[in-house]
Ligand binder design. Structure first.
Ligand SMILES: Nc1ncnc2c1ncn2[C@@H]1O[C@H](COP(=O)(O)OP(=O)(O)OP(=O)(O)O)[C@@H](O)[C@H]1O
Length: 371
């Protein structure tokens, strides 16, 4: 049968090798911990980011993403652990000394300054000895305006721009200081879905041009998977998995990651001599998990209709059709939770009737042992 526990198919992973013209330092996080009374916002976090990488920090609300970013920026001190920029221990350095660039969802532009003045701000406010001369600053601003494709907008004020344009300016302002690392905390979070998708693709192209070491916080798995060289999945202040988008999607290290990364069905059962047997069902599916209680995870589009006896037998409890996709809700015999099954249908194919019995088999899946 075609069923397999590994996920072979899919686009090749984007290389995580450092950018050819990488800018910014390597970043090393060592055993960072930060508590708020009884909450561990960060719990012994270790992470290495190569110069030129674009890394997404992904996790649900409260998982510690913003705390980690703020500790790296120097806006917040950890209880223990270290932040290293290359060889330099930055743990005790101030925000200014770290020379990081950041853009937050609500980190507004200065309203009374033009776009050009906003971008120049970081350079102009440097101490005199480190401040470039006026002509150099002007050139840098023009370069950045061209880079963010807003060359004609330098003399406008922020209120004369769209939300998406403002966030591009905020990025240019952060890049102006040639930062050690660029830290972005849900920079497109306040924008509508369409602009958000356009901007994340734009950010990826911009990153390919600049090679700037970047850490990007998001709770949107699609954004992380599309944008990043590598994704760090956080859970309650700990790193659950680090990998390329391809690795995270096709080989989730835990039930938590599988569930968080896309739509997921979980079947209860046990592993016996290399086969997963769902409770109440007889066909077994090959797995490398050890013997004992386990759960099999499968995405709704990774199931297939099969003849009775070759898959899990189930009753159709709901059916929906949208253009060429059919989605069924199945009550699988012996399973506590319904299963979602999603497949492409030819235009003349009939939608299975509610109440009818069918059998389905997982094409690609993962089995996780349970203690
Ligand atoms: N100033 C604070 N005082 C007390 N608890 C805090 C404080 N800041 C954060 N926390 C707690 O620390 C944990 C991590 O918060 P953090 O903001 O880093 O999460 P997050 O993943 O960025 O969430 P979100 O996506 O909602 O921004 C949460 O449980 C949060 O409630």
């Amino acid at each position: 049968m075609g069923a397999t526990e590994s996920f072979g198919a899919g686009a090749p992973a984007r290389s995580s090798s450092p950018h050819a013209d990488a800018r910014g330092a390597d970043l090393h996080i060592r055993q960072l911990s930060k508590r708020y009374s009884d909450v561990a916002a960060l719990d012994s976090v270790d992470l290495d980011i190569a110069s030129g990488e674009l890394v997404a920090l992904l996790g649900p609300s409260g998982s510690g993403k913003t705390t980690l970013l703020r500790v790296i920026a120097g806006l917040l001190h950890a209880d223990s652990g270290q932040v290293l920029f290359g060889e330099t221990d930055a743990t005790r350095l101030s925000l200014r000394e770290r020379n990081v660039g950041f853009v937050f969802q609500h980190y507004a532009l200065f309203k009374h300054m033009t776009v050009a003045e906003n971008i120049a701000f970081g350079l102009r406010s440097r101490p005199r000895a480190k401040r470039p001369d006026k002509a150099t600053i002007r050139r840098r601003v023009e370069e950045l305006l061209a880079l963010i494709q807003l060359a004609e907008h330098g003399e406008r004020y922020p209120e004369q721009l769209s939300g998406g344009q403002r966030q591009r300016i905020a990025l240019a302002r952060a890049l102006a200081i040639d930062p050690t690392v660029l830290l972005l905390d849900e920079p497109f979070g306040a924008l509508d879905a369409k602009v958000r998708i356009e901007l994340r693709r734009w950010l990826r192209r911009l990153h390919d041009q600049t090679g700037q070491t970047t850490l990007f916080v998001t709770h949107d798995q699609e954004e992380a998977l599309e944008l990043a060289d590598r994704v760090v999945v956080l859970r309650e202040g700990r790193i659950e998995q680090v990998g390329t988008p391809h690795e995270i999607y096709t080989a989730p290290a835990s039930e938590y990651v599988f569930d968080f990364i896309g739509r997921a069905n979980a079947l209860q059962g046990r592993v016996d001599a290399g086969r997963f047997l769902a409770d109440g069902q007889s066909p077994g599916f090959a797995t490398e998990a050890g013997d004992g209680p386990a759960r099999l995870y499968v995405r709704p589009h990774d199931l297939a209709l099969v003849p009775a006896g070759e898959g899990w037998s189930a009753r159709v409890v709901a059916a929906h059709r949208l253009a060429d996709r059919i989605t069924l809700e199945l009550d699988v015999d012996g399973q506590p939770r319904p299963l979602e099954f999603d497949f492409a249908a030819t235009p003349d194919a009939e939608t299975p009737a509610v109440g009818s019995r069918i059998a389905v088999q997982p094409l690609r899946y993962r089995v996780y042992s349970r203690e």
